[in-house]
Design a protein around this ligand. Structure first.
Ligand code: NDP
Length: 282
């Protein structure tokens, strides 16, 4: 058996097209502002890609690029202006931030109603409490992939490898909300391979190249590889040993071309949701 490849590029393109249609039907253009501080080169690429995808889908998108020596107070003042701007529906502070700025302070400064990254403690709390709110983009993208793949979630044993605020925890919450039986594994988990082998749905978000081996995977399991790691040869590799997983898994997301493209599409989806919630247009 060879696993079905879950094509995140195609799923993301479909989602972006549906969002563009919904945006075109609105009496206003949803506004997205990305705040970038400093010159982190990877951030530069991400921010450009976000801006391009947003504009192509009809959003009013722009980037505010602040110098690397920006103080925390100056960044918070910029965020406050965006919070107060009625044309702005979504605010994203691109991470990483320079060391003089506390990430938690920047995240907490964003109006929760405009927090399209879903990182604000209020939105994280809402998710944990099972209440509606803005949800982090990458886990939201994984849920789209599982839905498009027709994976039955209710009652399924799901294992999430990783417990970060950005991926692992919200991922586990979303799977729980979809009635999976969820295990969260991490660096202190005893016998990780055995935990993973119990999974009917395995989501890997650890940031360790090819850590999940073929014999960690139950035959027929759905494997979602969130990891984006740079291999020794410079190529992108996931957290799952893809070639080993392929003959065992029932379905698997590739890296690149799996979860990655979904993250930006879901940023746009969050921005549209935030715009409709704020402005009351359906
Ligand atoms: P973090 O470093 O914040 O979290 C990694 C998690 O993995 C932690 O919970 C850590 O456990 C756990 N972990 C690390 N090493 C091991 C190990 N050897 N065994 C078991 N668990 C381990 O990473 P992120 O969650 O931010 O990102 C994870 C991966 O996903 C990265 O490769 C990142 O690049 C990628 N990513 C991809 C995105 C996309 O768009 N596709 C978006 C965001 C991230 P502990 O808590 O115990 O330390």
């Amino acid at each position: 058996m060879t696993a079905r490849i879950l094509d995140g590029r195609a799923i993301a393109a479909g989602l972006r097209a549906r969002l563009a249609e919904r945006v075109a039907a609105l009496p206003f253009r949803p506004g997205l502002r990305v705040v970038r501080v400093g010159e982190d080169p990877a951030s530069g690429v991400y921010v450009r890609n976000k801006d391009k995808a947003a504009r192509e889908a009809g959003f009013d998108s722009s980037t505010i690029h602040l110098p690397a020596d920006t103080t925390e107070a100056a960044l918070l003042a910029t965020i406050a202006v965006l919070n107060a701007d009625p044309a702005v529906d979504g605010i994203l502070v691109q991470l990483p931030l320079p060391p003089q700025i506390r990430v938690e302070a920047a995240i907490a400064a964003v109006d929760p109603a405009k927090d399209v990254d879903g990182f604000h403690p209020l939105n994280a709390g809402r998710l944990a409490a099972g209440q509606p709110g803005l949800v982090p983009c990458t886990p939201r993208g994984v849920m789209h992939i599982l839905a498009e793949a027709g994976v039955a979630l209710a009652g399924a044993r799901a294992v999430v490898l990783g417990r970060s605020q950005i991926v692992g925890r919200p991922m586990a919450q979303l799977l729980l909300a979809a009635d999976c039986t969820v295990t969260i594994a991490h660096s202190r988990t005893r016998d990780l391979p055995a935990e993973c082998r119990r999974a009917e749905i395995l989501v890997a978000a650890v940031g360790r190249p090819a850590m999940v081996r073929g014999d960690w995977i139950a035959p027929g399991a759905v494997v979602v590889d969130v990891g984006i790691n740079r291999g020794a040869d410079g190529r992108l590799v996931g957290d799952v040993a893809f070639a080993e997983a392929l003959p065992v898994a029932g379905a698997i997301t590739p890296v690149p071309g799996g979860v990655g493209p979904m993250t930006i599409a879901c940023l746009l989806e969050n921005t549209l949701d935030a715009a409709i919630a704020r402005r009351g247009a359906a």
